[in-house]
Ligand binder design. Structure first.
Ligand SMILES: *[C@@H]1O[C@H](CO)[C@@H](O)[C@H](O)[C@H]1NC(C)=O
Ligand SMILES: *[C@@H]1O[C@H](CO)[C@@H](O)[C@H](O)[C@H]1NC(C)=O
Length: 376
């Protein structure tokens, strides 16, 4: 663990200088580096030049040179969740290296989708979208699934902030590996043989992590992470989806013609389908959503769907907008979560409005920093 040992190594020297700045700065706040560059307050593992210097020092087993220790003291902008933060020049900000190491590991088997196609009508083939998660709430003395999400690591679910905000006491459990909600065992016929998925896995939630700038009135920055109270081992029907972690993948979000939305049609009113469904939804220019929602649509959102609306109510609120893509140069295509169902998408009315989705690529920095700060 680079992180904890560095804190031990340099903690004592840095602590005394912390007081004043840390009271004001918060994660990703604007700041000025000791060199006079504009930057943001980031964990050291999200700051390329600082991480390189600290890693170098740690490898050589020596302390950082005195002048660099002074630089670090000046750059220090707080400690959040026990992780030292520094003012990092904008050009040096990188996705958190601890999380990237995990996501880029060759054994991290994300986005493996078996089959793109659907079985009966819109029904997804058994275990072919193994990242799909159902969010379970206590409400009015009942237990209900009221939102969806996606598994992105052994410990984290990615969902919408509106599924979590103000509901921290109600939202208590995640279901993974589900296909048909009403049956104990989910099976399919293959020739004469019956193939069944392993049982579903219900996991508790340890932390509800809502984006710091979530705006519940205008539904902006509609993104949240749920830290599970234990790691979930990946298996046939439980696997993570990939994230758009490279510039190339982030740009692709603007070029893909058709995305997939999968879900049980779960909204604040419950599920509309017993079985996991998939719909195709076309990318639309942001101007279509600007018109429909009467406001500007920023780059942090994607405008998707509309038109032929037979499909539009099958996604889950908080569920993934996905598409197959080349991931880290691998030959096989992987399913990547480009968006999170945010607004408008799940109203199953007759009016065919396009929906607004959180543009995940714009939040990979937040996702990786939040995961690193709260434990992988
Ligand atoms: C996790 O949460 C579940 C559901 O709330 C609970 O039953 C379980 O005991 C918890 N497990 C751990 C390891 O804390
Ligand atoms: C949920 O039900 C209420 C009352 O019927 C309705 O007004 C609302 O639009 C529904 N929400 C969704 C997302 O379908």
């Amino acid at each position: 663990m680079i992180g904890s040992s560095l804190v031990v190594l340099y903690g004592i020297a840095l602590v005394s200088s912390m007081g004043v700045q840390s009271a004001r700065a918060a994660y990703a706040d604007d700041c000025t580096t000791p060199d006079g560059d504009q930057g943001r307050c980031m964990p050291f593992s999200s700051c390329r030049n600082i991480e390189e210097r600290l890693t170098e020092a740690q490898k050589s087993g020596q302390k950082v040179p005195a002048d660099y220790a002074v630089y670090l003291q000046k750059a220090s902008c707080g400690e959040f969740n026990g992780v030292r933060h520094f003012c990092c020049a904008s050009a040096q900000i990188q996705h958190n290296s601890k999380v990237m190491t995990l996501l880029k590991d060759e054994n991290f088997d994300c986005g493996n989708f078996l089959s793109q196609r659907v079985a009966n009508g819109y029904e997804v083939k058994l275990s072919s979208r193994p990242w799909m998660a159902l969010l379970r709430y206590h409400q009015f003395g009942e237990s209900r699934f009221l939102c969806g999400g996606a598994l992105i690591s052994e410990r984290y679910i990615l969902t919408a902030a509106h599924c979590v905000h103000g509901l921290q006491n109600d939202l208590y459990e995640i279901r993974l590996g589900e296909h048909r909600i009403s049956t104990e065992e989910d099976c399919r016929q293959q020739g004469r043989k019956k193939k069944c998925a392993p049982p579903v896995v219900d996991v508790g939630i340890e932390k509800h992590l809502i984006h710091e700038q979530y705006d519940s009135r205008h539904i902006m920055n509609d993104i949240a992470l749920l830290r599970l109270n234990r790691s979930v081992p990946f298996q046939k029907h439980i696997k993570p989806i990939c994230l758009p972690i490279t510039d190339e993948l982030k740009q692709q979000a603007e070029q893909i013609n058709t995305f997939f939305v999968t879900g049980w049609g779960t909204t604040e009113n419950g599920s509309s389908s017993d079985v996991l469904l998939q719909a195709n939804v076309p990318l639309q220019p942001r101007s279509s959503c600007s018109q429909a929602y009467r406001r500007t649509v920023p780059l942090t959102q994607l405008c998707v769907g509309g038109g032929d609306l037979q499909d539009s109510c099958k996604g889950d609120s908080g569920g993934p907008l996905q598409a197959p893509a080349r991931y880290l140069g691998e030959f096989a295509q992987k399913m990547v979560e480009f968006g999170i169902v945010s607004q408008g998408v799940v109203s199953c009315g007759q009016i065919s409005l396009p929906g607004l989705y959180t543009n995940v690529g714009e939040y990979v920095q937040w996702i990786t920093d939040t995961m690193a700060s709260n434990g992988l």
